[in-house]
Write a protein that binds this ligand. Structure first.
Ligand code: MG
Length: 161
């Protein structure tokens, strides 16, 4: 069973994952508006991925008998002038999320909550991948001399649940 504190923190994380989805959907709109259709598609896939993270936590909380309490979603930034800015911000955001996941792990250790700890292992691994992916794109943007070719490449991303 989840402690009251753990339940509250997991609920906050559900909202945080949905905010991530919202932020990335906003990036998708901004990039589309700047004619980077491939990158817009990439962030739309990322939007779905973040929603699935939220749902994963939702299902965990409910499976533990906890009541999910959804928080308010902050209005995200709307315009990113250049692709590098959009992806650098995404990397910074993912680092912030990694910090949140680490705090949840810390709490689960303090509380000897091995069930939550086990569940969080998936998120620890996922954050490692998210940071790697985002920093990979940042590097590609910095190194390319054909941004439209890179846009085309990023447009091929397939969403995997
Ligand atoms: Mg996430």
């Amino acid at each position: 069973m989840l402690s009251e504190k753990m339940l509250a923190e997991l609920n906050k994380q559900i909202t945080a994952e949905i905010y991530s989805a919202y932020l990335y959907l906003s990036k998708s709109a901004s990039l589309k508006n700047k004619n980077f259709g491939g990158m817009s598609h990439w962030f739309k896939a990322q939007w779905r991925e973040e929603l699935s993270h939220g749902l994963k936590l939702f299902d965990f909380v409910t499976s533990q008998g906890g009541l999910v309490e959804l928080g308010s979603i902050e209005k995200p930034k709307q315009v990113w002038e250049i692709p590098l800015e959009a992806f650098s911000d995404a990397l910074a955001h993912e680092k912030k999320v990694t910090g949140m996941i680490n705090e949840l792990v810390e709490l689960s250790v303090q509380e000897n909550d091995s069930v939550t700890q086990e569940m969080l292992k998936w998120f620890v691994k996922e954050q490692e991948e998210e940071e790697e992916t985002a920093s990979g794109v940042v590097e590609k943007i910095k190194n390319t001399n054909d941004i439209m070719e890179l846009d085309n490449e990023l447009g091929k991303r397939v969403f995997k649940d």
